[in-house]
Design a binder for this molecule. Structure first.
Ligand SMILES: Cc1cc2nc3c(=O)[nH]c(=O)nc-3n(C[C@H](O)[C@H](O)[C@H](O)COP(=O)(O)O)c2cc1C
Length: 193
């Protein structure tokens, strides 16, 4: 099973990117996790959809189509989801044909997000563990037609005490990440039948 990882932070030493690395190190058998980058996407603007989506948007969408599930690791900015992440979701949520064709031959879904199983994690130095950002993200993802996994939820607060030299080392957090990615693989299997 192919899981695509999305990091909501563009920061080089991002805690959330480290969460995705931790997930990649704790995958169930037969599951792969590859991070798709969102930093090169222009700001969402419908004027950019004609005559065709910008190359970065097309590349991003092409990278999403083969995914069988998505794992998002998000920071919290001002009690909400970060702008680069919302921007990436917005570009991916546009229907095929609006700015060209990016879907593989035979694909029947209208967007690479439609019906895609997705789970959410988040890390922050703050005490609330990105709870407010995740709540907002959940609403947005549901609106795109994604199959948002109800739980287990992963809230890594006080990140400064849970990472060592940029990697997640806190045992409880590592266990939560492993449990989440295993549940996502099962969630995707259940939904796909
Ligand atoms: C504009 C901005 C707003 C922020 N607001 C919050 C916030 O509301 N809650 C929070 O827990 N952390 C907040 N932070 C701190 C981030 O959680 C922290 O920078 C975190 O390390 C970002 O994730 P990353 O390590 O993956 O880049 C904010 C940071 C920025 C840049």
């Amino acid at each position: 099973m192919k899981i695509v990882g999305i990091c909501g932070s563009l920061r080089a030493a991002s805690y959330n990117r480290a969460l995705l690395r931790a997930a990649a190190a704790h995958l169930p058998a037969g599951v792969t996790l590859e991070v798709v980058e969102i930093g090169a996407l222009p700001l969402i603007n419908e004027d950019l959809e004609k005559p065709a989506w910008p190359a970065a948007v097309q590349e991003f969408r092409r990278a999403l189509w083969p995914a069988e599930a998505m794992l998002v690791a998000t920071p919290e900015y001002n009690a909400g989801m970060p702008a680069p992440l919302k921007n990436a979701i917005d570009w991916a949520s546009r229907a095929e044909g609006i700015g060209g064709r990016t879907a593989p031959e035979g694909e029947t879904r209208k967007t690479p997000l439609q019906d895609l199983p997705v789970a959410i994690m988040g890390a922050t130095p703050g005490s609330l563990g990105t709870a407010r950002s995740q709540q907002q993200l959940r609403t947005v993802l549901l609106n795109t037609g994604m199959r948002v996994m109800p739980g287990p939820e992963v809230y890594v607060g006080s990140a400064g005490t849970r990472f060592t030299e940029g990697e997640l080392t806190d045992e409880r957090s590592l266990a939560a990440v492993a449990k989440c990615v295993a549940a996502l693989a099962e969630w995707a299997r259940l939904l796909r039948g």
